[in-house]
Design a protein around this ligand. Structure first.
Ligand code: HEC
Length: 118
């Protein structure tokens, strides 16, 4: 009897782990920004496109005064930028339902790149 209980317990634990891994959406999985990734020219290109499509009209030179802050990328960790872009914050829209994780990461890499200029 004790043995059966253990087996059931074990199955419950395995199921919990399974749900833990597969139960979260892509944007909620931890993101890892390596130096290599942040310096990849292909990533930069993809991120730049998204920036000019979606972000520049609020964050660029022609942003309405008081609408969106001019970004100061040196002050941000990539994980912070990712969180703001994926989840939004106050008047900053969330993009996690618009873009794939890779695209969200690319725009972060673009913002963090040395050549970033809104
Ligand atoms: C509709 C206008 C709008 C668009 C489009 C927009 N943002 Fe924002 N964003 C904001 C506003 C407003 C804030 C400030 C939110 C606050 O802190 O109150 C903000 C904040 C941020 C921050 C945090 C800045 C800080 O210093 O705390 C980052 C990073 C950011 N935006 C990146 C982006 C990126 C990347 C895109 C394109 C995918 C984008 N934003 C598109 C309006 C916008």
């Amino acid at each position: 009897m004790a043995k059966t209980g253990m087996v059931i317990g074990l199955i419950a634990i395995l199921a919990a782990i399974g749900f833990g891994i597969y139960g979260v959406s892509a944007a909620e999985q931890p993101v890892v920004f390596t130096e290599e990734y942040l310096n990849d020219p292909e990533v930069f290109k993809q991120g730049k496109e998204i920036w000019f499509e979606q972000c520049v009209h609020c964050h660029g030179y022609n942003a309405y005064p008081g609408k969106a802050p001019k970004l100061k990328p040196k002050r941000y960790k990539p994980e912070f930028v990712y969180k703001r872009v994926a989840k939004g914050f106050k008047k900053m829209p969330a993009w996690e339902d618009v873009y794939e994780k890779e695209e969200l990461m690319a725009v972060v890499a673009y913002v963090k790149s040395k050549n970033f200029s809104p």
